[in-house]
Design a protein around this ligand. Structure first.
Ligand code: SF4
Length: 296
C-alpha cells in the first residue's frame, strides 16, 4: 500500500480513509454512533472504481480493477488500528462491516468470499453486510448463497431505488442485471435458506415515491421476507444534509406507509458525511485521483 489519507468529519463521528494501492484506489468510511462501544459501522470498497455506473454515484462510471481479498481486509484492519479500536469485536454492542463503499460485490465474489471468511474468523461478532444492485451473475449468487448458509453473520441488502424496471434501468444502466421480480425471487430463496430477513435499500428521490410506486414495491416485496431501509439520494451538487432536509417529510410519509403495512423500516442516518464526502454520490477524492492519473 503506497499511502493512506484520512478525512475527519467536523462532528467527530465519521472518518473517511482513502487507500492508494499504486495502480488503484479504495475508500472506506468509519462511523461511530454515540460511541464505538455502542455501534461501530465500517463501509469498505470491494472494487476500485465501479463498472455499474449508477447515475447518482461519484465513481463516475469508471472501473479501475477488482480489489483482492487482502486489499478488502486491509481496509478494515487499518481503520480499526488507526482509531485504536482493534477490540471493537468484543467491546462494541454492535459492529457492522458493510461491503458497499465503492464497487459491486456480485462482480468480485471470489475476492469478497475470501475476505468475508477471513473477517469472520478474526471478528466473530461482526455483522457482514453485502449490498448489491444485482448485476446478472448466477455463479456469484450461488457462491453467496452457500457462504451465507455457512456464515450466519452475513446479511443481504438489495439497492433498489426505483419501483419499476424501466426507471431502474435508467438510474442503474449496467447490463445485464436482474429485474425486480428476479431480485425478489432470489431474496425469497436466500431468506428461506438462511432464515434471515433481506433488506431493501430505497433512496427517496423527487419522483420515485408516488402511491403507485409504494404499492408496487409492497406487491413485490413481502414484509415476511423483506425489511426496508430508506435513505436519500444526493446529487453531486448538493450535500447529504440538504438532500436529507429536502426529503425528510417525504421519508417520514413513505416510512409510515410501510410501517402501517407491517414492514420493519429503518432510515439511514447520513450524519457527518458532508464535509468529508462520505456519501455514495460524493466520492470526490476518487474523481480527483482519476483525473490526476489521467484515467478520466
Ligand atoms: S452506487 Fe455502488 S454499484 Fe452504483 S456505481 Fe456507485 S459504487 Fe457502483
Amino acid at each position: 500500500m503506497n499511502d493512506v489519507k484520512r478525512f475527519d468529519s467536523s462532528e467527530g463521528n465519521v472518518w473517511k480513509y482513502v487507500f492508494d494501492f499504486g495502480d488503484a484506489i479504495a475508500e472506506a468510511v468509519l462511523y461511530k454512533y454515540e460511541s464505538f462501544n455502542k455501534l461501530t459501522v465500517l463501509c469498505v470498497s470491494v472494487q476500485s472504481g465501479c463498472p455499474v455506473g449508477c447515475k447518482f454515484c461519484g465513481t463516475g462510471n469508471k472501473f479501475i480493477r477488482n480489489l483482492t481479498s487482502d486489499e478488502i481486509v486491509k481496509q478494515v484492519h487499518y481503520c480499526l488500528h488507526d482509531m485504536n479500536i482493534e477490540d471493537v469485536n468484543t467491546a462494541s454492542e454492535r459492529f457492522q462491516i458493510m461491503f458497499m463503499s465503492m464497487g459491486e460485490p456480485m462482480l468480485n465474489m471470489d475476492a469478497l468470499r475470501g475476505a468475508i471468511i477471513e473477517l469472520n474468523t478474526h471478528f466473530r461478532n461482526a455483522e457482514l453486510l453485502v449490498s448489491t444492485m444485482m448485476p446478472k451473475n448466477p455463479k456469484s449468487l450461488h457462491t453467496f448463497l452457500g457462504l451465507s448458509q455457512y456464515i450466519h453473520k452475513i446479511g443481504l441488502q438489495f439497492s433498489i431505488h426505483e419501483a419499476n424496471d424501466e426507471r431502474r434501468n435508467k438510474l442503474i444502466p449496467y447490463e445485464p442485471k436482474y429485474s425486480l421480480r428476479e431480485i425478489r425471487d432470489y431474496g425469497i430463496i436466500w431468506n428461506h435458506t438462511t432464515n434471515r430477513p433481506v433488506y431493501i435499500n430505497y433512496c427517496i428521490s423527487e419522483d420515485n415515491h408516488s402511491d403507485e410506486d409504494i404499492n408496487r414495491l409492497m406487491d413485490l416485496f413481502s414484509p415476511r421476507v423483506f425489511n426496508i431501509t430508506l435513505s436519500v439520494i444526493c446529487s453531486s451538487d448538493e450535500t447529504m444534509k440538504d438532500a436529507g432536509f429536502r426529503n425528510l417529510e417525504t421519508i417520514k410519509k413513505v416510512s409510515d406507509k410501510f410501517l402501517e403495512n407491517g414492514y420493519n423500516v429503518r432510515t439511514f442516518n447520513p450524519a457527518g458525511q458532508d464535509d468529508i464526502g462520505g456519501g455514495c454520490g460524493q466520492l470526490w477524492y476518487v474523481q480527483e485521483w482519476l483525473r490526476r492519473e489521467g484515467k478520466k
